[in-house]
Design a protein around this ligand. Sequence first.
Ligand SMILES: [Zn+2]
Length: 236
Amino acid sequence: MSEDVKKQQASTLKIINDIDALYSVELKEMKNGTTVCPVCGKSFLKFWAAERHYEQKNCHKLRDVVKGTLTEMRAYQLYRDVIAETNPKARITMKTFIKSKFYNQFVRFSMFCTLHEIADVLTYLDWLNQIKKLTSLPMLLKVGIEEQTMREFRLFMHATGIMDSKKFFERFKDDLENDDDFFTRSIEKAKISIIWLAMNYDGFEERMKRLPIDYSNRLMELVNQIEENGLGINAG
Ligand SMILES: [Zn+2]
């Protein structure tokens, strides 16, 4: 993982912790029988209704937690790239981003991509738009943060081989050869293509034999899914 990715991960994890911390205090039961949410101050007649509201963990103002972080900066950059593509003349600044109705969605999308280590977010956006046919931006950002969608995208990466497997292999050759977990997860996360490895890495067969059974099972499962996905395979 590069330094930049590590910093993004740390920033995102801190935000998740900060949000959890907001919701770690008790609901306030008032003398008049109502219950008050300690985060947003909303008052409820029924305790269960207050609990249901509180358990959603989404009544805080996202900006209060995200303000000035690397995560906010990354979300802004994405917003800028996306808006510039649809409207090249738009004047986009951090200020307009903060006021934008897409602020929360871009922050959540950016956090999701960081947590799932989607290396090429612009390719992910293009895939959502062109392959998944999500033409409305709110819908694209909503579907884009579903785990199932991200798994489909990884299969697409494997089936088309569009990740730069050669570059990844050259950079992380030692780790791939010696670290079973890194080897398996790099393939699962579509950072490197298993088909490319099978065709270009002389020690591939030997490497697979050395893998503990649970790891090799995971990779076999992935190969089955790639085949079921039925896209043309290009190992180039
Ligand atoms: Zn609340």
